[in-house]
Ligand binder design. Structure first.
Ligand code: SDX
Length: 431
């Protein structure tokens, strides 16, 4: 057993010293509570708004090294998985810790395929949304609504029940997403085609018109599958942390996933891919890029699709997405917005402001350009992100339910409000 690493802390107010064990590069925040200045002192808290330097859990699912630009799912580099492992096999890897064998892969795909339908009543409340309702608003609502169709999902500690809901959520996300899109377009819902792959069936439900059977373009089907792989998990990002926090109350996974999808919708998170395309459209042409960059440097606005809390180097997913773009454009024709994006990147990466702030393109910078070239409306971009991220949310949620150290999440606060006072106007001087 190696020597235990210990943090020696001396409190200058009391002169008392403490030894705080350091394990896996961290101290337990609860160990700070022993540091007191008096017997009735609550003890020392750690204060970490936005959790910049706080580990909320132990996880074996995804590893990120932000300085090296490393992303691995269960130890496999994203560069190897993207293009070599299907999205469903990567979902299996995230959930089970190993890639499925040939038979397991076929059985898993078959199980997912046979859960793609949603209750016919789901269509009734999708029909209730305005024609211009944002599809993410519809998706968040319909994910939550699924909890009312599967009350057995409340048995969150039952492994068999967990598996049933995990299969349903992964299987039904493309159906809910496509139905939201078809509603917005005023098109009839296209039902799942169980002869198609997971991603091919999604394209079918999005695109099928009067033809007897929809045949997805194999290049676009494969490109979208790779994009889903790239979005599948990303350790404790905002939406995944939300999934864990909401799941810690032991609510069903549909309600937790709806909360995660709501978090993802934010423009600083998964909603950024939509904002990138709106930004590129606003810039309009390569010639307008320098002026826009100056506005960003003046702090007037943010360069959407740039920057990351963890990656202080190039987001490895952005590198892969740029390669996928070339394959897609061979089929769809080049998206002129790519030229604006490439010029933005070229200027930004050479500019001291972006270098000092360690701002590089993230996963959202190029993905939207591909989605637009594939014919998806901009509002659907965060929905596509959510389809890809669902297996990650579920794997992290599942890991949390079996972690003996986890319990309901309930952070403390530093109270900075009024001291005791009374309605008759008397007030006690604040301690
Ligand atoms: C995703 O966490 C994940 O893993 C998320 C994700 C995943 O897979 O789940 O990777 C997906 O959400 C990617 C990020 C998508 N969001 C965007 O592209 C929106 C634009 N980016 C930023 O808003 C920002 O970079 C964040 C939100 C991504 C990260 O923000 P941080 O780490 O909280 O950094 P910050 O906001 O404190 O900014 C630090 C400094 C600030 O300048 P100062 O006040 O110190 O002078 O950098 C500046 C910021 O103004 N800055 C930017 C900028 N991002 C940060 N300036 C211009 N443009 C930007 N994009």
């Amino acid at each position: 057993m190696g020597t235990t690493r210990v943090l020696q802390i001396t409190d200058s107010q009391t002169g008392l010293s403490y030894e705080i064990p350091v394990v896996d590069g961290a101290i337990r925040a609860i160990d700070l509570r022993q540091i007191k200045v008096s017997d009735d002192d609550f003890g020392l808290l750690s204060y970490d708004p936005a959790f910049l330097n706080t580990a909320s859990c132990r996880s074996a699912i995804t590893y990120i090294d932000g300085d090296q630009g490393i992303l691995r799912y269960r130890g496999y580099p994203i560069e190897e998985l993207a293009g070599q492992a299907s999205f469903l096999d990567v979902a299996y890897l995230l959930l089970h810790g190993e890639l499925p064998g040939k038979d397991e892969s076929a059985g898993w795909a078959d199980e997912i395929t046979h859960h793609t339908f949603v209750h016919e009543n789901v269509k009734k409340f999708i029909d209730g949304f305005h024609h211009d309702a944002h599809p993410m608003g519809i998706l968040v609502s319909t994910i939550a609504a699924l909890s009312t169709f599967y009350p057995e999902a409340k048995a969150v500690s039952d492994q068999a029940r967990q598996h049933e809901q995990i299969v349903r959520l992964i299987a039904k996300m493309p159906t809910l997403a496509a139905f939201a899109y078809r509603h917005a377009m005023g098109l009839p819902y296209a039902y799942p085609d169980n002869e198609l792959s997971y991603t091919g069936n999604f394209l079918n439900m999005m695109r099928k018109m009067s033809e007897p059977r929809y045949a997805p373009n194999p290049v676009l089907e494969q490109a979208l599958d790779v994009l889903f792989v790239l979005h599948a998990d990303h350790e404790q990002n905002c939406s995944t942390s939300t999934m864990r926090v909401v799941g810690s109350s032991q609510v069903d996974p549909y309600s937790a996933a709806a909360a995660a999808a709501a978090a993802l919708f934010g423009p600083l998170h998964g909603g950024a891919n939509e904002q990138v395309l709106r930004m590129l459209g606003e810039i309009g042409s390569v010639g307008n890029v320098p002026a826009y960059i100056e506005r960003v440097k003046r702090g007037e606005l943010r360069l959407m699709g740039f920057g990351h809390r963890v990656y202080k180097n190039y987001d490895p997913r952005a590198t892969i997405i740029k390669k996928v773009a070339d394959q897609v454009f061979e089929v769809t024709g080049r998206n002129p917005m790519l030229d604006v994006a490439l010029e933005l990147e070229r200027i930004a990466l050479a500019d001291d402001y972006f270098i000092r702030h360690k701002l590089y393109p993230n996963v959202d910078f190029y993905s939207g350009i591909i989605y637009q070239a594939m014919g998806f409306p901009v509002a659907m971009f965060p929905v596509l992100f959510a389809i890809g991220r669902m297996p990650g949310w579920l794997a992290q949620w599942q890991e949390g339910t079996t972690d003996p150290e986890q319990k309901i999440s309930r952070p403390r606060q530093l109270y900075v409000g009024q001291g005791l006072r009374h309605l008759d106007g008397t007030a006690q001087v604040r301690r």
